[in-house]
Design a binder for this molecule. Structure first.
Ligand SMILES: [Zn+2]
Length: 1089
């Protein structure tokens, strides 16, 4: 049997002590006010000239950190001043009046003096926490049950002053805030943009007029999530929170929602909200199109359409009948009777066509209908096992990982928003009241996580929906598994921060050469009014090469003023008060700057990159407020702090041996990220480069600050138009998507279960509290769980994720998701509830950690062993009748295929040439993408496009979207007469066969023959033919359903990109990897050992 499992799932970090605060720049702190530097004013100020700063004094700066830089050399490297200089005025008098700023200077502005003076109050995160991974007992399914999961944080050390108040455990109504010294009373805070949005009710308010409607968006029958229902007004936007900009992803959701026919709950992944009719009507699938295995898989979902949200006062369960009143004992059902098909035995060696024709749906937990229809959408909350084992020993036997996958800030087309002065929470464990609590009577409710009996507050007795009294179980909080609260003042430590955006731009020769700068500037110009925010929104810009350039955008200036700091060793802010400016007041200056920037550096010959210093400067600038730092980098930083050296040996890219350098070369970026996290700053990294940039090191800046990483390998404005388009589309989404600031997320689960080992981008602030300086709607998270105490008496358990954040409009909000799952005692029931995609997603996260902490080969072995062990256990312990073959329950029939896909995925593959940065990026993606998108990276979708028809098509608004069947990833499925689209998430290939039908060539590609298909083609031409419209409709529909923009490569059979296309044919054999059938034989051999 296998030996290498995921037994040591320790964090990836080295656990070194991290010290927070400004100690990295002690010089800045020592500098006496007013004498730190002065400015060499140039009467005729040359815009390209460094704003030279005189040395402050030899004693303090023996090395002359602020050495004046002779204008000569610098000017020489730049183009002569244009006729219209950017910076005509030297701004005499501004600079000397400022003390070199430092984060320790409490800004007199937005932040109350006591609310975390950055220098001292940022608590040093605990020593070990720097990994953000659990360092306690590591095992998941293989280890014996262990004691309560030790936090990798000393609780005493893990209660930073700031977070302890703004966290998801604010003092509740019954527990007055213990410290609100930093909080300014609501009156002084910016008023909510929309104090009484239509979706909001305020129980304290005297009723007048028509009853306040909780949900004007009456939830029609439809599946959970965003599909199957007509597009309602976006609740969160109506409530004044969403970005004002059209959110393309939301719109997509809405469009989908308008057209998709209602389907069973739980069947719609984020990127496939609608399925072809043949699959939706699972009760009567076309006999020929459905494999028996598929029919088996669809059986559990045949309970028919159900409303995601209960109609308050509608035909929901009446008093006494609602799930909220169900005692847990009524909640369970016989698993065997409801999901026999999930356990149907499949001999994988005999059944070849296991893929369903449409994307694999999430399994539906085996709960009573009453409970399930209230349950959280699987798009938001999924568990690897939809039936929770009663004991750790049953879990150990199943050899399947137990964990949760979350997409907590997903764009939702329906989101109930509640304003209430009293947010009802358990007095003991602080769980938010939710649909799965039980009411003992009208005055008492029992917590579903810790079982404490709580009083129902008087205010909660009034149901604003029905305007009746005495129906607490009909309150929206008890009718919606996903709900958002507008938080009262005790959930704030300080007034909610404004939206602050700082852009840090590489302007070295290499950067300018790629042409990214003009694309960025144009994109920001186009979207500047759509940046989420309000009248307080601030922006700022820093550019850098071997020096750091600031831009004074203060109101009243006639033009932006560039300030160059050439001492990168002790970085300081030249005019701290005018570098981050109010966007509304200074929009013209900002626009001027964006128009000038690309030209400004057009002819630079500066090749060096002082990224580390630029990040330090940006951190100082953002520290007083927090905010979002967007960093654009095009090369390996090679100057000053954080300078790196290439670690990649191109000759080793195709090695079958272990891959080196997956962990950071320096902890500089991680430490800075933790500093940022402490000051509510998240760093998003856009890496555009043809060269190795050491993403394994640079990525830490985003990973630990809860940022995002975007990677555009070989970006070039002329040579790589597909990347340029991707970059443009991604930027638009990035700039306009919803954003939450100063966020924390806490995940709770029913007593007996224990959460450990988080995956994603964040910093673990204490046991179960994730610090998210920013949260964005495209971020996914995963956690592993263990069973600490037997769940003997329980029929169901619950999980609750609470995300506390500040909206871009300055409202403090709490989004709460609650999921309920049944508890089972038998091993077969555990197998019956297995969610193969969630399992695969979680294993991928664990394997990334293993690759970094141990080795890639170890991670690969562990993944293979996961399949061997679970199928072996199934055979030995769950099968009643032994038979030959490689046997799997129907619900796990795709498990070996997905594991093989992971082994061939860019992140984990060996023997195939893989750039180190691309591998590391794939690893980041697997940990950070919501499951639906990660699955596309793992197991791409293949479709035949030359015979698209409207049969079974979706009708969305005016559009008709063909729904071709998903094909197995094998060249067997390709044909020279056809054209096939491979959708691998971030990239799509449309492969044209040599004998492709003439009709497709002319009607879709607009060429007369195969030979006329251009060598490089990235766009489908817009032809006025039915075939062209169908094809484009399908491709754009696929693209619309994800928040990032996949490139499209249209390739002929002899294209250079063909190997990339073929690498995705996972079921086929390659020189370095087994075919699917060979892999199955390998598994069988191991299992029968
Ligand atoms: Zn509780």
């Amino acid at each position: 049997m296998s030996t290498a499992g995921f037994n040591s799932q320790n964090g990836t970090g080295t656990g070194q002590t991290y010290t927070n605060g400004p100690s990295q720049n002690p010089v800045a702190l020592q500098q006496p006010s007013g004498v730190g530097y002065s400015v060499n004013h140039q009467p005729a100020y040359n815009q390209m000239q460094a704003k030279v700063l005189a040395p402050p004094g030899p004693a303090l700066y023996p090395s002359g950190p602020y050495q004046p830089v002779p204008p000569g050399p610098q000017v020489g490297s730049y183009p002569p001043a244009p006729a219209q200089p950017l910076l005509p005025r030297p701004q005499i008098g501004i600079l000397p009046s400022h003390t070199p700023p430092q984060s320790a200077s409490p800004s007199p502005g937005p932040r109350p003096a006591q609310a975390t003076p950055p220098a001292q109050a940022t608590p040093p995160p605990p020593a070990v926490t720097s990994t953000s991974y659990y360092t306690g007992p590591p095992a998941w399914q293989y280890a014996a049950p262990r004691g309560p999961a030790p936090n990798h944080v000393n609780p005493a050390a893990a209660a930073p002053p700031l977070m302890s108040h703004s966290s998801a455990q604010p003092p509740g109504p019954g527990a007055p805030p213990t410290s609100i010294h930093g909080f300014t009373q609501p009156g002084s805070a910016p008023p909510p943009m929309n104090p009484l949005p239509p979706h909001t009710y305020q129980p304290n308010r005297p009723a007048y007029g028509p009853p306040p409607t909780m949900k004007p968006t009456a939830p029609p029958a439809g599946p959970p999530g965003t599909t199957g229902t007509p597009p309602p007004p976006k609740a969160d936007d109506v409530a004044g929170n969403g970005p004002q900009a059209p959110n393309s992803y939301n719109h997509v959701d809405n469009r989908m929602a308008g057209a998709a026919p209602p389907g069973p709950p739980g069947r719609h992944l984020g990127h496939y909200p609608s399925l072809p009719p043949g699959y939706q009507n699972t009760s009567a699938p076309p006999p020929s199109s459905l494999h028996p295995a598929l029919q088996a898989a669809t059986q559990p979902y045949t309970q028919g359409p159900q409303p995601y949200q209960q109609q308050p006062g509608g035909p929901g369960p009446g008093p006494g009948a609602g799930p909220a009143q169900l005692s847990p004992s009524m909640a369970a059902m016989s698993l065997q009777s409801s999901t026999p098909e999930a356990l149907r035995v499949v001999n994988l060696l005999q059944e070849r066509n296991l893929l369903p024709p449409a994307p694999v749906p999430a399994p539906t937990p085996c709960l009573t209908q009453d409970l399930q229809k209230l349950n959280c959408s699987p798009e938001v909350f999924r568990c690897t096992l939809t039936s929770i084992p009663q004991t750790q020993s049953v879990l150990n036997k199943a050899k399947l990982p137990l964990g949760l996958l979350l997409h907590p800030f997903k764009d939702l087309s329906q989101l109930p928003v509640v304003t209430s002065s009293t947010i009802v929470r358990c007095r003991s464990c602080r769980t938010y009241i939710n649909p799965f609590v039980s009411f003992l009577d009208q005055r008492r409710w029992k917590c579903n996580l810790c079982y404490r009996v709580n009083d129902v507050p008087e205010e909660f007795m009034y149901n604003p929906v029905s305007r009746s009294y005495g129906e607490p179980h009909k309150r929206p909080e008890v009718q919606n598994a996903t709900i958002e609260f507008i938080a009262p003042s005790e959930y704030m430590l300080r007034p909610p921060q404004p939206a602050v955006y700082l852009f840090v731009l590489d302007v070295s020769h290499n950067a300018v050469e790629t042409g990214y700068l003009s694309v960025f500037c144009q994109s920001l110009l186009d979207n500047i009014s759509a940046l989420p925010g309000d009248s307080r929104t601030k922006v700022g810009f820093i550019t850098f090469d071997s020096t750091i350039h600031f831009y004074n955008l203060q109101e009243g200036l006639s033009q932006p003023q560039m300030l160059i700091v050439s001492d990168i060793e002790d970085i300081f802010l030249p005019t701290p008060d005018s570098l981050l400016v109010n966007l509304n007041e200074c929009k013209e200056l900002v626009q001027d700057l964006l128009k000038s920037l690309p030209n400004l550096f057009e002819k630079t010959m500066e090749t060096q990159s002082a990224l580390g210093s630029a990040l330090q400067a940006a951190f100082k600038l953002l520290s007083p407020t927090g905010g979002r730092m967007s960093v654009f980098q095009t090369q390996l930083p090679n100057l000053g702090v954080g300078a790196l050296q290439s670690r990649e040996d191109p000759n080793q890219r195709a090695s079958a041996k272990d891959v080196q350098h997956l962990s950071p070369a320096t902890d500089f970026y991680k430490k800075l990220a933790l500093d940022c996290s402490g000051q509510q700053v998240a760093v998003d990294l856009f890496l555009l480069s043809a060269q190795y940039c050491d993403l394994a090191t640079l990525g830490c800046i985003s990973r630990y600050s809860a940022g995002s990483v975007y990677y555009y390998p070989s970006y070039h404005h002329q040579h790589n138009p597909a990347q340029v388009e991707r970059f443009q589309r991604d930027l638009k989404r990035y700039l306009t998507r919803k954003i939450g600031f100063e966020a924390v997320m806490r995940i709770r689960c029913t007593k007996g279960l224990s959460i450990h080992t988080f995956h994603g981008n964040f910093f673990v602030r204490s046991t179960d509290l994730l610090s998210l300086p920013n949260v964005n709607p495209d971020a996914g998270f995963a956690v592993q769980m263990s069973i600490e105490e037997n769940l003997d008496d329980m029929q169901v358990v619950s999980f609750q994720a609470a995300l506390l954040y500040t909206s871009s409009k300055g409202e403090r909000r709490i989004r709460v998701h609650t999921m309920c799952l049944p508890v089972v005692s038998s091993l077969s029931d555990v197998f019956a509830g297995a969610d193969v995609q969630a399992i695969t997603g979680l294993l991928a996260c664990m394997a990334v950690d293993r690759s970094v902490t141990s080795s890639l080969s170890d991670a690969r072995d562990a993944m293979t062993n996961a399949a061997i062990d679970s199928l072996s256990s199934y055979r030995q312990s769950a099968l009643t009748i032994q038979q030959p073959g490689l046997l799997a329950p129907a619900c796990l029939r795709l498990f070996p295929l997905y594991i093989l896909a992971l082994l061939k995925q860019k992140a984990f593959r060996t023997g195939t040439s893989t750039r180190l940065d691309e591998r590391v990026f794939a690893m980041y993606q697997l940990k950070y993408q919501p499951l639906a998108f990660a699955m596309l990276m793992i197991h791409p979708a293949l479709y035949r496009l030359d015979d698209l028809s409207d049969e079974g098509a979706l009708n969305i608004g005016e559009r008709t979207i063909p729904q071709p069947r998903v094909l197995q990833l094998s060249v067997e499925k390709l044909s020279r007469e056809g054209a096939f689209l491979l959708d691998a998430g971030l990239v799509m290939y449309l492969w044209i066969g040599r004998n492709c039908h003439q009709n497709f060539l002319s009607q879709v590609l607009g060429v007369s023959s195969y030979a006329a298909v251009p060598e490089k083609l990235y766009l489908l031409p817009e032809l006025d033919t039915a075939e062209s419209q169908r094809t484009r409709a399908f491709v754009s529909w696929l693209r619309d359903q994800r928040p990032f923009f996949p490139s499209l490569h249209i390739i002929r059979d002899e294209s250079q990109l063909k190997p990339h296309f073929l690498q995705n044919m996972i079921e086929d054999r390659t020189e370095s990897a087994l075919s699917y059938y060979e892999f199955l034989l390998h598994l069988q051999q191991q299992i029968s050992k």
